[in-house]
Design a protein. Sequence first.
Lengths: 232, 287, 295
Amino acid sequence: MQETRHQFREDLKELERQVLGGLDLVIGQLDRALESVSYQDVELAAMVVADDDRIDGRYLEVHQGILSLLARQSPVATDLRIVAALLHCIRCIERMGDQCVNIAKLVPLSGHDAPKDKELLDAIERMGQLARSEVSEAKDSLRTRNVELAQDIVRQDAEINRLNRAIFKRAVEIGDDLELREWGMFMILVARCLERVGDNAVEIAEQVVFVVTGLFREVADIGTSAETAQSS
Amino acid sequence: MTGPETTSKEPEKMSSAPEQSEQEAAPDLSAMGERRQGHGIKVKDLHAYYGSVHAVKGVSIDFPANEVTALIGPSGSGKSTVVRCINRMHEEIPGGRSEGSVTLDEIDVYSPDVDITAVRRMIGMVFQKPNPFPTMSIFDNVAAGLRLTGTKTDNLRERVHRALRAVGLWGEVKNRLNSPGIGLSGGQQQRLCIARAVAVEPEVILMDEPASALDPISTLKVEELIDELKNRYTIAIVTHNMQQAARVAKSTVFMLDGEVVEHAETTKLFTNPSDERTERYVTGKFG
Amino acid sequence: MSATSGSTLLPRTSGGRKRKDRIMRGLMMAATGLALVPLILIIYYLLYKGLSSWGRSGFFTTDPNGNFFGNPGGIRSAILGTLEIVALATIIAIPVGIAVALWLTEYGKDAWFANVVRYFVDVMTGVPSIVFGLFIYISLVISHVGGSGFAGWKGSLALALLMLPIVIRSSEVVLLLVPATLREAALALGAPRWRIIWKVVLPTARSGLVTGSLLSIARGMGETAPLLFTVSVAFGLTGNLNSIMNSLPMQIFGDITSPRDAVVARAWGAALTLVALVLILNLIARAVSRRSRLT
């Protein structure tokens, strides 16, 4: 015998699949954006910018789907929390996509054969990997409703914040070298974008906790500057 | 106090009829006089039987004064039975009996010293299907509560008018108080029944699925009325319609198989219920 | 559209079925006609034989104690007697009958005792009317209770016994039709039981109760056998319920076997009068029930 409200459950699952798919899109964008930064690949950067349309489209689809579900099905309790969480998550996905675009847009600006500082570049790459891992874990956490995984994301984000501060310091250090200064400043911006991606992943983690426990707790950033605390 | 007000309103009505009728259409509880302190009901360890069937199994619920408490649950969960035990209507059913305590402000309604008709005067009831008395006019229907209980009063007309104003029916019927009560539409009939209950000036009003036989607009009007009524009375409402419970009630009780599963503030029950069974019922996974 | 299109979905009626339908219809119409024939004949005879009496002067205004050879007189005392006896029977039977019906529906309900009462009431509706007459005869007439042998009021008692089960049964049916929700509503308002009956149940059932009562009166009006043993017959106008009285059924009974044509004619006139009275009561009952809110 069919479970009650079969169509509703199907619709809800489909919305969730779309959100998870959105996270996959973000991961892809992030990978390519980071690659374009590492290798100064302007064409790849242009592709990232163009592909953001897909993420925006996904956002509209999910948004519309949620409105329709709310109007037609009056979800309550856990279903309601899931719907609210999905709405929040797709917002985060859209923002993450925008951050990837911001990173990609910085690539042509930072000069083709500009000299680079290895330490700074390593830090950026490390930050990128962490951000990517956070997004990937956010996806798994949402899919499996795993609260522990959600908490792990928060831990990783602390590391991203630390790296962000370190990159800033390093950029200031190399600022004396005129050739490196401009590139260094663009890297600060890239780091900032990555830090925001991390924050969005943390928000998704918070939503997972909300769905499972019914409680919404904001995770305080550990040891941040005022700026980082406001960013998202 | 409302007498002179009534007469001075007459000339106004004729000049600005549409405006006035909208005002009169809204429930106006101030017509009932100054606010009184409400009285709550406490049900403790209630058991109720239909013959040998154990329908209500040790239910304890607090109905706080001047609040709306909703009871939800699948058919046969015992919610109507609980409510009928509060005003002692359950024992009118052949084979109906109950044990446990039901107190209205510390007075046990089942105490042998208490007159059962007095209990029912203090605790009014509105039923699922509107049931105005067919042989009586609108006026007589509202006055019926007072007449049937032998209440002596020298301002019967005023009390009837007040009750009709209180439920927001005055504007619609003021010109035909003598026409038959059953000539009204379903929603109006139900509000007439509420006026009838209110005219007796109870402390508590029990409602057993009051809107389930009504169309959506009448339902909303009744809900609006309930929202007003709670300012003067304590209200318990049994409903099959979860959205209705969500709209009108401050706290909600979920019952299953004669027991209380969860009793929580309505918002919490519908966003984050504590019990798995409540979760499954409200999300429609069963029931 | 061809004749065979859709024949598998909606097959045509078979010829045999049509024939059977027609035969059954014919049979039923024949039975109806058979039943109607005597009815029409009775009405025809009544009118044919009785209308002339109606036209005779003094038919309704003189007593049937006219002299032996001349004008036999009218049926005034018979009509008045019937009216008096039936009125008294009504006053006894209807309140008691409605009260019993009320007890059965409001208090007795499904208890074993109430069912016993219902059973006995049903039995009483089947008892031949002569038995009621005999019962009163044995208990009240022979022993000259009340200072008289045959008396009008004793006839009223017999008729009341006859009418009682009819009133009880019909009233119970009507009272059961009063929706339980009305009683519930009144109870929930805090009304005591008796007031609910008086102000809610009875007014709601009123036209049904009236109809039932009128029909029982019509029945009682025409009964001869009970009066035979309790009232006997008189010719003059006695007007005294504690003595023998005249009544229409007894008048007819006595007159029809007379060798005098005029007297026989009077009997037919009386019969027509009786039927007319019953018919009027039936028409009133019907008019009342049409305005009823329950049936």
